[in-house]
Design a protein around this ligand. Structure first.
Ligand SMILES: *Cc1c(COP(=O)(O)O)cnc(C)c1O
Length: 352
């Protein structure tokens, strides 16, 4: 650390993303990317792009992208916010809406805590139940800002829309944020509640279900007053937060709904296949509504399995958090990838 860095940040522990290794070719099941390419319409946009246009700034209002999203999700233009990855929406939320603190589960997306530390936000982590589910009583009528990933990460467990609505309805004077990064794989979105509740923000991303992690695109839905607050923060940090290419890509992607729906269904089918196979191999698999599963072997430790698989060219995600040491989070890849994954798991168990 240099002597110039703010003292207040000297103890900040940065978020650690999943490994992005290139020492050899891996089957990459560790950062919840899609195994499928972006839609054909997106590929066309890239193929036909004119690099000369890059001398110009992108549209700071992101009009076309916002309108395309509004159309597909049946909400008003003024209810849509777009961002450089959904991590940027999260960044703005913790930066500008958490003066009164925030609560979230003790096992969830690791970035929430990092943002709280970064902005000195007062936060409380609420323990999950023994089975890793959320007890909604911990979040109803608590008069606190709340952020919940739904489905949760890395567990994959999803709250029903009824439960989400109870939480939103019972905290009318606080912002309730539902991070729906994985909702397209079988969860029920809270987007349809934004007209009814003025304290709800729903966050989506292009990174998982839309096969566009590399394009860095996120979006969010809320009442127009909340959106205009987010716009104020965006214009005060980086009005050109989304590059020209990604604006066009994002627009094309939401127009490819059939391709998108089909991919999401394939992932769900493959998820059932992998779950069954692992259960046969004496794993406990948490019921998932996401494009990953969270699983623990009764025969080999989480860390050992992770290391052995890595050695065999399959990357999964292991977390050093003591509460979940026995588990690995396994992204659902293509059926071919998952067949190899299962055969490598068998090898690992046989070597024991
Ligand atoms: C992946 C993920 C995000 C961030 O995705 P971006 O790539 O920044 O859009 C946000 N929340 C959760 C729970 C995630 O898993």
């Amino acid at each position: 650390m240099s002597k110039f860095f703010n003292k207040s940040l000297s103890k900040l522990e940065a978020y650690v993303p999943g490994e992005q290794l290139n020492d050899k070719k891996y089957i990459k099941l560790n950062t919840n990317e899609s195994p499928y390419p972006p839609s054909p319409e997106v590929l066309d946009v890239v193929k036909n792009a004119n690099a000369k246009d890059f001398r110009l700034y992108p549209d700071p209002e992101c009009k076309n992208l916002k309108q395309a999203i509004a159309d597909v999700y049946s909400v008003g233009y003024e209810n849509v916010f777009v961002s450089n990855g959904s991590d940027e929406v999260l960044n703005f939320f913790f930066m500008a809406f958490c003066d009164d603190g925030v609560i979230f589960p003790n096992i969830t997306y690791g970035f929430y805590k990092v943002f709280c530390e970064l902005y000195s936000v007062d936060y409380k982590q609420i323990p999950l139940k023994e089975d890793f589910s959320i007890d909604i009583n911990d979040y109803t009528g608590v008069n606190k800002n709340i952020i919940i990933a739904n489905p949760n990460a890395p567990t994959g467990i999803c709250l029903s829309l009824t439960d989400v609505e109870k939480i939103v309805k019972s905290n009318p004077d606080n912002l309730v944020v539902i991070d729906e990064a994985y909702v397209d794989f079988g969860g029920e979105s809270a987007v349809k509640l934004i007209d009814k509740y003025t304290n709800l923000l729903v966050i989506h991303t292009y990174s998982k279900s839309r096969s566009l992690a590399g394009a860095r695109l996120g979006f969010a839905f809320a009442n127009k007053d909340i959106i205009s607050d987010f716009e104020k923060v965006r214009y005060s940090t980086n009005p050109y937060n989304i590059n020209k290419m990604s604006l066009s890509i994002g627009e094309a992607s939401v127009k490819s709904q059939d391709y998108f729906n089909n991919n999401c269904l394939e992932i769900q089918k493959t998820r059932e296949y992998v779950t069954n196979e692992l259960e046969v191999l004496n794993f406990e698999v948490i019921p998932s509504k996401a494009n990953f599963i969270f699983a623990k072997s009764n025969e080999i430790s989480g860390k050992e399995l992770y290391l052995k698989l890595k050695d065999k060219g399959v990357l999964v995600r292991h977390f050093d958090n003591p509460l979940i040491l026995d588990y690995n989070r396994i992204t659902i890849g293509s059926i071919d990838e998952m067949e190899i994954f299962i055969s490598k798991v068998k090898e690992c168990l046989n070597e024991k």
